[in-house]
Design a protein around this ligand. Structure first.
Ligand code: 2HG
Ligand code: ZN
Length: 466
C-alpha cells in the first residue's frame, strides 16, 4: 500500500474519484486474461489527458514508484499485470476520437478507445479499420499498439504496426514525445515510433495515435473445409495464393478444437456429418461486381483432392455461425480444463516439417494432457493450448507437466528459427524463454535501449527481460 501522502498527491493530479484503492478495483485492474498471476497493485490511477499521464509519470519518477501501463487487459502474456505493489496507470478515461479524415483515410484517437469503437467510427463514414480480434470489444488501441496485436485479418492487412501512422508517447521521465503527425512518408532519421510498437509498455506509455483506415473490403465469403492432413492445409494455401483471390482470413483448427467448441459454445453445431482431422476456415473477398470467387476456388481445391467436404455460408447468420467455430475456441477451451498457451510462428516454408515433429509431441503427450492446435496458419502462426483433463489435479501440477512438453516444443522450434510469440508477446509469462527466439546480442541491445529510456526501471518492470 502507498503512503497516504502519495495517495493524496495522486488525487491532486487526477482528481479524487480517479484514484482507486478498493480491493475489488485492485484485483480487476491488476490482472489480465492470463489469469496465472496474483494481482497486487498498490493503487489504480485514471488520468484523463496526456498532461495528466505525464504528471503522474513524472511524479512516480520523482518518488521512484513503479508503473504498470494498462489498457483493456485482455493480453495473454501477463504484460499488463501488476504483481508487486505497482501504480497501475489505466487509460480507460481517454477514449476520444479527435479527428477522422475521410480524404486522407486516417483516424486520430486517444489510446484508451476500444478497437471496436474505432471499427464502428470508420464504418459510419464508409471506411474500414482492419485490426480484428476476439477481444475487440474490450481491448484498447494503446494496448494494441503496445503489444503489436495481430488477429484474424493479418493475412490481408497486417498487424497493428501496419496500421499506425503516428503516436504520442509519455516517456518514463514524464516527457511527452509527439510523433503523432499522421504523415505517410517521413524519412527524417530513425523511425522512433517503431520502437514503442510492441514494447509492451516497457519504454513509454502511448497516449494518442493516428491510425490508417482502408476502403471497406468487398463482401466477404466464408467457408469451412474438412481437410484430411496438415500437408493438405498448406497445399490449399498455395492454391489460394496462385488463384489470385483476395484472402481475408486463412485459419485452421484440429478435430480436438472443433469438438471442444461443440461441447461448450452455446448453439454451436458441426456443419459436417463426418469428423475430420483438420478444418480450415477460409474467407475471401468476392470479385468486383459481386462475382462469386469462392465456388470456383473450392472446385479447384476439390479437384486437387485436398478436402473431404466443404460448406459455404449463404446467409449472414451462417457466416457468423461458421466464424463462431473458430472464434469460440479460446473460451471453450477455458471451460474444458486447465490451460497453458503457446503462440508460436514459423516461416510458412518450415511449417510442414515442423508440424510433422509437433504431431510426435501431440501423440506422445500424457493421456490427460491434450494438445489442441489452431490459429492463423496463413500467417505461419500456430496456437497450441495444453489442456489438463484431470480435474482433480491442481493447476500448478498440471502446469509443471505441460511445461516439460512445451520446453521440448520450444527446442524444436528454435531449430527452425521460429518465434515463441507470434502475437501475444512476452510479458511475464515467456520471459524465461526469450532466448529461444532472440540471440544474446539482440537481447543485450534491447536491454541497452530499455536502460537508455528508463534508467530507473520504473516502467512495467520485470516484463520481457529474463
Ligand atoms: C486467437 O487467435 C487468440 O483466438 C487466442 O490469439 C489464442 O487462446 C489462444 O491460445
Ligand atoms: Zn491469435
Amino acid at each position: 500500500m502507498l503512503q497516504e501522502s502519495a495517495l493524496s498527491d495522486l488525487r491532486r493530479l487526477v482528481g479524487q474519484a480517479n484514484v482507486l484503492t478498493s480491493p475489488s478495483d485492485l484485483e480487476a485492474y491488476g490482472r489480465d486474461w492470463t489469469r496465472v498471476h496474483q494481482a497486487k497493485p498498490s493503487v489504480i490511477v485514471l488520468p484523463a489527458s496526456t498532461a495528466e499521464v505525464a504528471a503522474v509519470v513524472a511524479y512516480c519518477q520523482a518518488k521512484q514508484l513503479p508503473i504498470v501501463p494498462s489498457g483493456g487487459r485482455t493480453g495473454l502474456a501477463g504484460a499488463a499485470v501488476a504483481t508487486n505493489g505497482e501504480v497501475v496507470l489505466s487509460l480507460s478515461r481517454m477514449t476520444k476520437i479527435e479527428e477522422l479524415d475521410e480524404v486522407g483515410q486516417t483516424i486520430r484517437v486517444e489510446a484508451g478507445i476500444t478497437t471496436q469503437q474505432v471499427q464502428e467510427a470508420a464504418k459510419q463514414v464508409g471506411l474500414f479499420f482492419p485490426l480484428d480480434l476476439a477481444a475487440k470489444g474490450s481491448c484498447q488501441i494503446g494496448g494494441n499498439i503496445a503489444t503489436n496485436a495481430g488477429g484474424v485479418k493479418f493475412i490481408r492487412f497486417g498487424g497493428m504496426r501496419e496500421q499506425v501512422l503516428g503516436i504520442e508517447v509519455v516517456l518514463p521521465s514524464g516527457e511527452v514525445l509527439d510523433m503523432n503527425t499522421g504523415l505517410r512518408k517521413n524519412n527524417t532519421g530513425y523511425d522512433l515510433r517503431q520502437l514503442f510498437i510492441g514494447s509492451e509498455g516497457t519504454l513509454g506509455i502511448v497516449t494518442r495515435a493516428t491510425l490508417r483506415l482502408t476502403p471497406p473490403p468487398r463482401n466477404m465469403q466464408v467457408s469451412v473445409l474438412a481437410v484430411p492432413s496438415f500437408e493438405s492445409i498448406l497445399q490449399i494455401l498455395s492454391v489460394c495464393g496462385k488463384a489470385g483471390v483476395q484472402l481475408t482470413a486463412f485459419e485452421f483448427f484440429t478435430r480436438a478444437a472443433h469438438e471442444i467448441v461443440l461441447q461448450h459454445a452455446l448453439g454451436a453445431r458441426s456443419p459436417f456429418a463426418d469428423k475430420s482431422p483438420y478444418y480450415v476456415l477460409l474467407e475471401v473477398e468476392e470479385g468486383a461486381g459481386g462475382i462469386d470467387v469462392m465456388q470456383p476456388l473450392l472446385e479447384q481445391i476439390f479437384a486437387a483432392d485436398l478436402i473431404s467436404d466443404a460448406v459455404v455460408a449463404t446467409s449472414s447468420a451462417q457466416f457468423k455461425e461458421l466464424w463462431g467455430l473458430r472464434e469460440n475456441i479460446t473460451e471453450s477451451l477455458s471451460k474444458h480444463g486447465h490451460i497453458r498457451k503457446n503462440d508460436i510462428s514459423l516461416a510458412i516454408g518450415q511449417l510442414a516439417a515442423f508440424t510433422a515433429e509437433l504431431e510426435l509431441e501431440v501423440a506422445a503427450a500424457p493421456k490427460d494432457i491434450q494438445l489442441v492446435l489452431f490459429g492463423h496458419i496463413g500467417d505461419g502462426n500456430l496456437h497450441i493450448n495444453y489442456v489438463g483433463l484431470n480435474k482433480a489435479e491442481s493447476f500448478a501440477d498440471f502446469n509443471a507437466r505441460a511445461r516439460l512438453i512445451e520446453l521440448r516444443i520450444f527446442e524444436r522450434l528454435a531449430r527452425y528459427k521460429g518465434s515463441i510469440s507470434a502475437e501475444h508477446g512476452i510479458g511475464l509469462l515467456k520471459k524465461k524463454d526469450l532466448h529461444f527466439s532472440r540471440s544474446e546480442p539482440e537481447v543485450t541491445l534491447m536491454r541497452q535501449i530499455k536502460q537508455l529510456l528508463d534508467p530507473a526501471n520504473l516502467l512495467n518492470p520485470g516484463k520481457i527481460f529474463p
